[in-house]
Design a protein around this ligand. Structure first.
Ligand SMILES: NC(=O)c1ccc[n+]([C@@H]2O[C@H](COP(=O)([O-])OP(=O)(O)OC[C@H]3O[C@@H](n4cnc5c(N)ncnc54)[C@H](OP(=O)(O)O)[C@@H]3O)[C@@H](O)[C@H]2O)c1
Length: 293
């Protein structure tokens, strides 16, 4: 279906698809970036859509969607809020629903809680009934806002590495699940810290690899896998089927539209896409391109 695009999020995933570093990138050019968005279809209905891997992306006045990969939104839904929130929220929502059997009362550590997806993970873990939510990140100011969103403890990841490991180990030694947006060197260090401090080594610990802002490969200490009941799983396109992702979208969209989550969104017109692209690397807000106003 041909849709008029009303809003398309400039997520890290969009940038990594365009610069070729995402694992789904094909290097095909020309590329219209944009992996998802909100548009009005030729049937007049407002839809959130996820595009298949395509060079004909969402950052255009019009794009073509597969209606099976879309959900209808209420007519008064704010396209910018939905386009800003769906991708960062989907990361932890889908991981906790599809990659682990999350139970009310479990304890969660979020590595990279100061990013948009991390902030969402704090709110989603709370909504799903986590008993403890340890939020870890480098940006001290953003970290300070997280208790109001549901974090029961925060860990500052910046500074001396031994001190960081100590703080992390103290706060998160008995978590059940780690939601990891960072990976790279910090993930290896965090794994060692949590397991070294863990009293109950036989208690299952599931590490969910979701993002890699700290590096594409992590040095996993072999002892971590032997000394504790650690499982490492990933959550993303491929490890979760498109069908499974789609089943989660209506409930997630409802939660976003209910105002359940805080998301800082900033809309920019398509004409300013160059400026938007440059700012997205620096901005704390999720930039949303608005092609049709
Ligand atoms: N698999 C999935 O389903 C899925 C879905 C959505 C997103 N993701 C991925 O999740 C990651 C985060 O996405 P996002 O939307 O939250 O991005 P974002 O809003 O741009 O936030 C990224 C955060 O990463 C932190 N960061 C960057 N480099 C770091 C490092 N070396 N060590 C520690 N923290 C670092 C920064 O926090 P500080 O300011 O505190 O340093 C920054 O706020 C990305 O890799 C994205 O592609 C995956």
């Amino acid at each position: 279906m041909l849709v008029d695009v009303l809003a398309a999020g400039l997520h890290p995933r969009v940038r990594s698809q365009a610069n070729g570093s995402h694992y789904t990138s094909t290097d095909e050019l020309p590329l219209v970036p944009g992996i998802d968005g909100v548009g009005r279809g030729s049937d007049g209905r407002l839809r959130y859509f996820i595009l298949p891997d395509t060079a004909m992306g969402a950052m255009a006045e019009k794009t073509v969607i597969d209606v099976r990969r879309s959900i209808v939104l209420p007519d008064d839904a704010d396209p910018v809020s939905v386009a800003a929130a769906m991708n960062p929220a989907m990361a932890s929502w889908v991981a906790l629903r599809q990659r682990v059997e999350f139970r009310v009362g479990q304890k969660v550590l979020i590595l990279g809680a100061t990013g948009n997806a991390g902030e969402m993970a704090v709110q989603i873990a709370k909504m799903f009934g986590a008993a403890e939510i340890v939020a870890a990140g480098r940006d001290i100011k953003r970290l300070a806002h997280l208790p109001a969103l549901g974090a029961t403890a925060t860990v500052h990841l910046d500074g001396d590495s031994d001190a960081v490991a100590d703080r992390l180990g103290q706060a998160a030694s008995d978590v059940d699940i780690v939601i990891d947006y960072i990976w790279g060197e910090p993930a290896g260090a965090a794994m060692a810290a949590v397991i070294t401090h863990r009293a109950e080594r036989e208690k299952p610990l599931t590490w969910i690899q979701i993002g890699s802002v700290g590096g594409p490969t992590a040095p996993i200490p072999s002892a971590a896998l032997r000394a504790a009941r650690l499982s490492i799983v990933g959550s993303g396109q491929g490890s979760v089927s498109t069908r499974a992702i789609l089943t989660e979208l209506p409930a997630l969209a409802k939660a976003i539209l209910n105002g359940s989550f805080r998301i800082e969104a900033r809309s920019m017109p398509l004409e300013q896409v160059e400026q938007a692209w440059a700012e997205a690397g620096r901005s704390r807000q999720r930039i949303v391109i608005v092609p049709q106003r």
